[in-house]
Design a protein around this ligand. Structure first.
Ligand code: ADP
Ligand code: MG
Length: 624
């Protein structure tokens, strides 16, 4: 038998390694922007065509590269940022693994022009499939101008894996915003297919936040700033009145790197407790700086998770700093800085700092809060994963104006033609074998409907039942059945923040199928021409905003397709809520429709929609 093990060629090895760093155009955006920042640029321009699939270009005015470095930069593990292992613990730059350019060169056609200020001529270099095709002197502006063309041209499997342009663009905008937000002193622009999407003049962090998140935050930002020996927190939180139904405007940066942390998010949310509605989200842009040795920086470059040496103390600092900020601006009702025993016993809290350190930090109000005794910072040890919130998220019972809403939904006069048209019948419902009797229904606590059946009675949860009904209706559209659309009497225009606008564009095809007629109407502005027949007129804009919020909230749930998520969100969103009073007619219609569904007994997420009480069971209960 011949030996069978072979070494992979460099090219294939490179392509495989590249897959870890460059998964989609947005990953290249992150790497190239970070390289420009590391190069000390004060102006960084990003240009994309076809959401970066055709072209992705970053032009900076940073320090540029020498002829040799221009070539070296594309070698794997070629970096100017660390020299020995010790450097890893002092790392201040965004990149350091020396993998990004090598990875990009393995999976795209790259052209780069670069010149250092001290050189008369710059270098032009062309690389494809990790192979240098051309390198020659050229005239060039100071800095680096790098183009990545036809991403994954040589890895068709990966290219096919890319999402629609709208979806990829959304990822690009996210990455762009994260970098631009953390370096307000640098000018950034983003041009997509010849249209300028962002033009961010250098300025203060506050100005940058307003440039990116929108004018509604002008005069509505509260400064957060606490310096301690252990860590520094700075940035802004939105005043409680700016809290939105969308959780988009929340950014954490640790040592200037964007991170996602449900744990730290919880710290901020708890500081806002009782100041904002339960289902709304405060905006925040917070920077945490601490000794790199206290953070696990050796995480994978594309990961946004972070490991702190001491997670609890970071939580307590963040929470206290935000509370303090809100209190200083007399927004918090009372200043209750309190420490619980867990935190009290942490080394960082209980052991005194050295006298030098103490000097330096004792002036800080935050430090003082940590030395107060016997007080309790509530840390919820059972921080739940985001997905577990599916339920709470939607159960907003809209108590006000309930009557008119249900009347619109089930107009008393409509017995035919309407979406909920219904003639009472006594037919057996095949899926359940249940036969509803022609008798009055009873609504209890404006939530449960009691309906007599030939064998006993059922108790229907009105919201869950309606969710099932709507889900089935929307889901049918997946098989080509067009959802009836009602034309808006007065087309509604609305404007979104850029990131939301990009998301909406991405969801437009799915929304069209379920009956939303939305058109783009200039930059970030949309007009709603029609809605699914059961969306209330006058409620269209809210309904879209809610959908975007819910979609963002669950977009990490990979189990479901985009279509499925949209359908689930809409079904929840539009369902009659618990707490709404229903008329007989409405109850009949709902129950009838429920039993037309193929699985009437559960919601799409598996909650029961009704409970059945059979006569023989009742008899037994009464000992008969
Ligand atoms: P890393 O950033 O981890 O060092 P990269 O592959 O991203 O690795 O870049 C390799 C090297 O190329 C960098 O260390 C830097 O010296 C140089 N380089 C990359 N991009 C630029 C740029 N825009 N301007 C100047 N030098 C750059
Ligand atoms: Mg880099």
């Amino acid at each position: 038998m011949a030996d069978i093990i072979q070494l992979l060629t460099d090219n294939i090895a490179n392509q495989i390694a590249a897959g870890e760093v460059i998964q989609r155009p947005a990953s290249a955006v992150k790497e190239l922007l970070e390289n420009a920042v590391d190069a000390g640029a004060t102006e960084i321009k990003l240009i994309v065509n076809d959401a970066g699939k055709a072209l992705l270009q970053v032009i900076d005015n940073g320090k540029g590269m020498s002829e040799t470095d221009a070539r070296m930069a594309f070698e794997r593990h070629a970096t100017s940022k660390i020299r020995d292992i010790e450097d890893l613990f002092r790392i201040k730059t965004m990149g350091f693994r020396g993998e990004a350019l090598a990875s990009i060169a393995a999976v795209a056609q790259v052209e780069m022009k670069t010149r250092r200020a001290e050189d008369e001529l710059g270098t032009y270099i062309e690389i494809e499939n990790s192979v240098v095709k051309k390198q020659e002197p050229c005239s060039a502006a100071t800095g680096t101008n790098i183009c990545m063309k036809n991403l994954f041209f040589n890895v068709p499997a990966r290219r096919n894996f890319l999402k629609s342009n709208a979806a990829e663009m959304r990822h690009i905008v996210d990455e762009f915003i994260r970098v631009a937000m953390s370096f307000p002193g640098i000018f950034f622009s983003l041009t997509s297919n010849g249209q300028q999407v962002f033009h961010l003049e250098a300025g203060t962090l506050k100005q940058r936040i307003i440039q990116i998140l929108g004018n509604q935050y002008a005069a509505k930002l509260v400064t957060v700033k606490e310096d301690t020996d252990y860590m520094i927190i700075s940035g802004f939180v939105g005043k409680p009145e700016t809290a939105r139904k969308t959780r988009g405007d929340q950014y954490f940066f640790v040592n200037n790197r964007f991170i996602k942390s449900a744990y730290l998010n919880h710290a901020v949310m708890s500081a806002f407790e009782d100041m904002i509605a339960k289902d709304s989200f405060p905006a925040y842009v917070l920077f945490i700086d601490l000794d790199p040795s206290q953070v696990d920086i050796n995480v994978h470059p594309t990961k946004q998770e972070i490991k702190f040496e001491d997670e609890k103390i970071v939580y307590a600092f963040v929470q206290a700093a935000v509370k303090h900020a809100l209190a200083q601006f007399s927004i918090a009702p009372s200043l209750d800085f309190s420490l619980n025993a867990d935190i009290q016993s942490l080394d960082a809290v209980s052991k005194p700092f050295t006298s030098d350190q103490q000097e330096a930090t004792s002036g800080s109000s935050l430090y003082k809060t940590f030395t107060q005794k016997n007080q309790a910072h509530a840390i919820d040890p059972n921080e739940k994963s985001e997905l577990k919130h599916w339920k709470e998220f939607f159960t907003t019972s809209e108590k006000g104006n309930v009557r008119s809403e249900t009347e619109q939904r089930y107009p008393a006069t409509s017995t035919s033609g309407g979406v909920f048209s219904y003639e009472r019948s006594q037919t057996q419902h095949p899926a359940s074998g249940i036969q509803i009797l022609d008798a009055s229904f009873l609504q209890i606590h404006n939530t449960y409907i009691i309906a007599p059946t030939n064998k006993g009675f059922i108790v229907v949860h009105q919201q869950l039942a309606h969710e099932r009904v709507l889900y089935d209706k929307y889901a049918e559209t997946a098989f080509g059945k067009q959802m009836p659309t009602q034309k808006s009497l007065f087309p509604i225009t609305f404007e979104l923040a850029t990131a939301d606008a990009v998301l909406l564009e991405d969801l437009m095809p799915e929304l069209a199928v379920i009956g939303f007629q939305i058109e783009e109407f200039g930059t970030n502005t949309f007009v709603i021409q029609g809605t699914p027949a059961d969306v209330l007129q006058g409620n269209e804009k809210h309904s879209i905003e809610l959908l975007l919020e819910q979609f963002k909230h669950f977009s990490s749930d990979m189990k479901f397709s985009k279509r499925e998520k949209v359908v689930r969100c809409m079904a929840r969103q539009q369902s009659i809520k618990a707490g709404q009073q229903l008329q007989q007619k409405e109850m009949y219609a709902l129950v009838e429709e429920l039993f037309q569904c193929s699985t009437p007994n559960v919601t799409p997420t598996g909650s029961p929609t009704y409970l059945e009480f059979k006569e023989d069971y009742l008899d037994r209960m009464f000992g008969k």
